[in-house]
Design a protein around this ligand. Structure first.
Ligand code: GLC
Length: 733
């Protein structure tokens, strides 16, 4: 009897061992077949986090089959996890790197890859499998609350930056999640708003940057957005998640929802949304019921599970990577500082105000001089160990700061902090509201006194922003009355003594500049530049670094000039009322976004797309444009540093298409390249190539891309409006 029992026990063990293959890269089908329906569904819905404190979410483990859970954490400016944990005095701070908009201001994909390689190392060493970044929604309107996380108003610059970002992070063997796919261009009612966009504007703008990121970055995952697109939730859109993303672009990773699933869980799973995050039991129940009643077919279920298994076998958790919890934060801080230095934009430098000697006596104005913003708020926030402010950076670099002012701003800042704390605000308040401190009016008598005691004035202004609500015209885009008066009073007092005034825009989004820029001498734009950003700004002010950043979006003269101004909420907040720009937003400007509109319509701007100054000058040679038999265009130009200090130039190639056919913007950015640091007198030849597809426009009537035959003009620009050289070329049918 015993032998029979033993036989059956052995047989059962054998069968169950057969039915319990352990996941490997080469046996996914076998594991798939061995999974129960419950196990398959569990893999499609996010589960409890583990191993790491404070990540955004996780996927579920199925121990029986050797399937580990994996960890998903934010964000675009650096890894975001809890810095402190119960039961240990070890800390888990992460590096706050330049935000996406600053990184894009570098126009340097190699720099982007270098910076995110360091960022990805923190993802790996803190035990995270996927960084929920980059965010790359187009800057359709300057009031979008999350623009700081995103790159640009132009899909090419945005897509190329995103692809480089993905390559850098993923070079560490961890994943990324390009987000928020698609058309999440406002925060007001982001969980419901219906973006109403033409197919052409989608293909040429709002999907184009994701297409470049997918094809040239190969991200492990894509995050579908909260909003609707043309009446359908993106997370339930077969058009977006299967036809475009997979069939057209060849994406082979997984799609996860943003952190909130709609009731249409079944529609999401069927549309190609593989993973529901953060994941609740109700989603498991819905999918299980749909599989049992056939609404979700076995093929659809297995397709999603197969995608999940192919993702899991790539992860450090699957590889059993022994993460150290000790990335080299000191080294990464240096990378963050360098990335900021290479990206900061010099908007104005009149009367040779900059660079400074570095030993001047400086009157440093603005509460932002001590409340220097390293990043925005929300999931794009980073829990960093420290953030340098402008007082520390300038005095650390050798400047002598006016005592009266440093004492005043320190005391005022402490008062504001005390007010915040007595109101019971905790660190998450910073995380969400970013300490919106306001300047108080300074008496002219004090400013006059300080003008006599110092060599120059530096005014720091900041603007905070973050997910969940859009910026308001006033006081986010416009300067406040107190700020305008400070600029006026300081300029009058210092200019009366022949002394200069410099403004630092530490802002999370575009602000109004035209009304006050001619009152001051220099304007430096670091956006929110990471924990080392104040030091990077100082390196620019002293000329230790020659600024080479250029605008990735337009600074309009007035908000009303923005083509989407009448089709955008004025920052009513995430719970605005009903109706236009709340329930739905019409993208009536269609493809005429940013410089595509301003240049085509001849509308003047304060600072144009692609604009940025240097401490040196560059000349451009006669360009050469050749067209191959296959219609490939090769554009060549030689750039020479004709100034007295070394510097880098960004060459921007715009193309004007032949008249006739589809209505097109007067010019569109089709390629760009950044030179190496050129010594005075040194030259570098830049070669950029375009395919017929790069030059194509989307004919939505024919649902096809078409490249018009005829004569094109290549415009080589230092900005979208500062064209240094042109050349014509013909394309055959
Ligand atoms: C947030 C954001 C998304 C983030 C996710 C996880 O709502 O929209 O960007 O990655 O939830 O925190």
């Amino acid at each position: 009897m015993k032998r029979i029992a033993l036989f059956f026990a052995a047989a059962f063990a054998g069968i169950s061992a057969l039915a319990q293959p352990q996941l490997r890269e080469d046996n996914i089908e076998e594991v798939l077949q061995a999974m129960t329906v419950q196990e398959k569904v569990a893999l499609l819905v996010g589960g409890p986090t583990f191993d790491v404190a404070g990540p955004a979410g996780a996927t579920r483990a199925i121990e029986r089959l050797g399937i580990p859970g994996t960890i998903l954490a934010d964000g675009p400016a650096g890894l975001r996890i809890d810095p402190l944990r119960k039961g240990t005095d070890k800390t888990f701070y992460c590096t706050s790197f330049p935000v996406g908009t600053l990184l894009a201001s570098s126009w340097d994909t190699a720099l982007a890859e270098e910076m995110t390689t360091a960022m990805g190392n923190e993802v790996l060493e803190y035990g995270v499998d996927v960084l929920l970044a980059p965010g790359l929604n187009l800057h359709r309107n300057p009031l979008c609350g999350r623009n700081f996380e995103y790159f640009s108003e132009d899909p090419l610059l945005s897509g190329k930056m995103a692809a480089a970002y993905v390559r850098g992070v993923q070079s560490n063997g961890v994943g990324t999640s390009i987000k928020h796919y698609a058309a999440n261009n406002q925060e007001t009612r982001r969980d419901y708003n219906d973006a109403q966009i033409s197919e052409r504007a989608l293909r040429e703008l709002y999907l184009r940057n994701f297409e470049i990121a997918v094809k040239e970055g190969k991200p492990w995952t894509v995050m579908s957005s909260y909003n609707r697109l043309n009446g359908e939730y993106t997370q339930q859109s077969n058009y977006l998640l299967t036809q475009v993303l997979r069939d057209d672009w060849g994406f082979d990773g997984i799609v996860m929802t943003d952190w909130g699933c709609k009731d249409g869980t079944v529609a999401s799973a069927k549309a190609g949304n593989d993973l529901m995050e953060p994941g609740r039991q109700v989603e498991i129940d819905r999918i299980l019921e749909a599989v049992n009643n056939g609404t979700i077919s076995q093929e659809e279920l297995d397709r999603n599970v197969r995608n999940m298994l192919k993702y899991i076998v790539k992860t450090p958790h699957f590889r059993g990577y022994k993460f150290s919890n000790a990335p080299d934060l000191a080294a990464h801080a240096k990378v963050a500082r360098k990335a900021a230095e290479e990206s900061i934009i010099l908007l104005q430098n009149n009367n040779g105000a900059l660079p400074l000697k570095g030993t001047e006596k400086v009157a440093l104005y603005g509460v932002s001089s001590i409340n220097f913003l390293s990043c925005g708020t929300g999931s794009g926030h980073v829990n960093m160990a420290y953030s340098v402010n402008m007082q520390d950076a300038l005095s650390g670099a050798g400047f002598t700061l006016d005592e009266e002012l440093t004492t005043y701003y320190k005391a005022y800042g402490q008062y504001l902090e005390a007010v915040r704390l007595i109101n019971g605000k905790d660190y998450r308040d910073d995380w969400w509201n970013g300490r919106k401190w306001k300047d108080e009016e300074l008496p002219v008598s004090a400013i006059t006194r300080q003008a006599g005691n110092n060599d120059l004035a530096i005014i720091v202004l900041n603007r905070q922003a973050g997910e969940g609500s859009d910026r308001k015209l006033d006081p986010d885009f416009e300067l406040t009355g107190v700020e305008q008066k400070l600029i006026l009073d300081v300029s009058q007092a210092y200019h009366a003594l022949g002394k200069k005034v410099v403004v630092i825009l530490n802002v999370a989004g575009v602000v109004e500049t035209a009304s006050w820029k001619n009152k001051v001498d220099a304007i430096v734009l670091p956006w929110t530049p990471g924990q080392e950003g104040a030091n990077a700004v100082t390196d620019i002010l002293t000329g230790k670094v020659n600024p080479s950043g250029k605008l990735p979006m337009t600074f309009p003269l007035n908000y009303v000039d923005v083509p989407s101004a009448t089709n955008f909420p004025d920052g009513l907040g995430a719970n605005g009322d009903k109706g236009k720009n709340i329930d739905y937003t019409k993208y009536e400007e269609d493809i005429f976004v940013g410089y595509r509109y301003y240049i085509s319509a001849g509308v003047p701007v304060s600072y144009p797309f692609g604009y940025g100054l240097s401490y040196t000058e560059f000349s451009y040679s006669r360009p050469m444009v050749k067209v191959s038999g296959k219609g490939e265009v090769t554009a060549t130009v030689t750039v020479t540093n004709t100034g007295s200090v070394a510097g880098k130039e960004v060459v921007e190639l715009y193309i004007s298409a032949p008249e006739g056919g589809l209505k097109k913007p007067q010019r569109e950015l089709k390629a760009f390249a950044k030179t190496k640091a050129l010594a005075p007198g040194e030259s570098q030849t830049i070669t950029m190539t375009l395919t017929p597809y790069d030059l194509a426009s989307y004919n939505q009537d024919a649902s096809a891309w078409e490249t018009a035959p005829g004569t094109y003009t290549a415009l080589f620009g230092a900005s979208s409006t500062d064209i240094k050289a042109t050349a014509k070329f013909k394309l055959a049918k």
